[in-house]
Design a protein around this ligand. Structure first.
Ligand code: ZN
Ligand code: ZN
Length: 403
């Protein structure tokens, strides 16, 4: 049985003037899906745990983030197209501006002039005993991978997350040799970026044009690339991800899923989600498990914009769910979110998310796809880590436990 797994990032919410954005939105297609399917609510990671998008997706794909997750770095690096090896250390980086030893702008003014050239200079940095892989991502962002023996993610960031101070010294969180070694490497890397970038002609040009220099690279979110059993081996299904967010694409790549790029998909509220839906439906011909990630609702939530979130949900209903209901047959369709991002707090919360599954299911009496309606559904309250088991079972592909 094939599966189409649709995750609307940050969809869940709390009440604003008595309603959640999902309740306020007109969503006839989502409601039809809920009416003909089985519904429930889900704690993406665990009850009371506020999920990041990375830990949540790991959990939804059945990989326990409590055992496997050490930091965002490896998933950002995988999303940026770096093939990681088990044991690699990876962190997220920012080009930043410094004057007289103090950081003046953590994002180098978001000014991209010459960053490709500066990035090439940083790529040449060498440190004895390890291999460094540095790659520029969008804007002022980049990723750093440290490959070698005896490394540990148990270190602090060199990004102090504030201005007016020098770059932070990375420190081992525990006293272990591996952590001390890794912190030393990160400090040496930071020192060398300052050395190479300070006198770089690109920066003379930038400052000459009245722009802030990009004269240091700051690191954060260090994690170790864990052993992740490939999705296909774990579930016997060939999976593909359709997603415009680097971090989520990184999680999918890390578990060995293919990724499909869709023109016009950008991870924002103006993304061409209809094109993504078409791509997802098309991919069902070639793949057993198609994962469609839609980001916009989370973005609107972080902006605290109820109206934008409601309108984006209505777009998902019209441009994605309507098409899915019309064209997808003989497939288990799952509609849910990776966490709630309440408008009132503009950040992720542990509030459970609604979920509806269409397929060979025992329907329930729920007729609307909302947080409060789905709470009365036949799935009850489930945990994200159990979702893949439920999907496999509904597709009659689950292994028998016992005799
Ligand atoms: Zn998310
Ligand atoms: Zn978010």
């Amino acid at each position: 049985m094939k599966s189409l797994f649709i995750v609307c990032d940050g969809l869940g919410d709390r009440l604003t003037n008595g309603k959640t954005p999902l309740e306020a939105a007109k969503t006839p297609n989502m409601d039809l899906l809920a009416m003909n399917g089985i519904t429930g609510i889900m704690d993406p990671v665990r009850a009371g745990i506020r999920p990041g998008s990375d830990t949540s997706h790991l959990s939804l794909f059945g990989y326990d983030p409590f055992k496997l997750y050490t930091g965002r770095g490896p998933f950002e690096a995988a999303g940026a197209g770096i093939k990681l090896k088990e044991g690699d250390i990876a962190c997220r980086c920012n080009f930043a501006s410094m004057r007289n030893g103090r950081i003046t702008d953590r994002r180098a003014g978001r000014e991209e002039e010459g960053l490709d050239q500066l990035s090439k200079a940083v790529e040449k940095i060498k440190i004895d005993g390890v291999k460094l892989i540095f790659k520029r991502c969008q804007g002022h962002r980049a990723v750093l991978v440290v490959r070698g023996k005896g490394l540990s993610p148990r270190i602090t960031d060199t990004d102090p997350e504030e201005t007016g101070v020098p770059p932070a010294k990375s420190k081992p969180i525990d006293g272990k040799k591996d952590s001390v070694k890794t912190a030393d490497i990160l400090n040496e890397f930071t020192r060398k970026t300052i050395e190479i970038l300070s006198d770089h002609p690109v920066n003379s040009k930038r400052t000459g044009n009245g722009k802030p220099p990009a004269n240091v690279v700051l690191c954060r979110g260090t994690g170790i690339n864990p052993h992740l059993e490939p999705f296909k081996k774990k579930y016997g299904m060939k999976g593909v991800c359709i997603c415009a967010t680097t971090l989520i694409a990184g999680v999918c790549r890390a578990i060995g899923m293919d990724t499909l790029d869709v023109k016009g998909a950008n991870g924002h509220t103006d993304s061409d989600i209809g094109a993504k839906a078409k791509a997802a439906i098309g991919a069902l011909k070639k793949y057993d498990f198609v994962f469609l990630h839609i980001k916009g609702a989370d973005e609107a939530s972080h902006d605290g914009n109820f109206q934008a979130k409601r309108e984006f949900i209505e777009r998902i209903d019209r441009e994605v769910i309507a098409l899915v209901l019309e064209e997808v047959k003989d497939t288990t369709v799952i509609l849910t979110a990776d966490h709630s991002t309440p408008i009132s707090i503009r950040q992720h919360s542990a509030d459970p998310v609604p979920i509806a599954i269409l397929g060979d299911v025992r329907t329930d009496s729920v007729k609307k796809f909302t947080e409060r309606d789905c709470a009365k559904g036949g799935l009850g309250r489930i945990c994200g880590i159990n979702l893949m088991g439920i999907i496999l079972d509904l597709g009659n592909d689950a292994e028998l436990f016992g005799a």
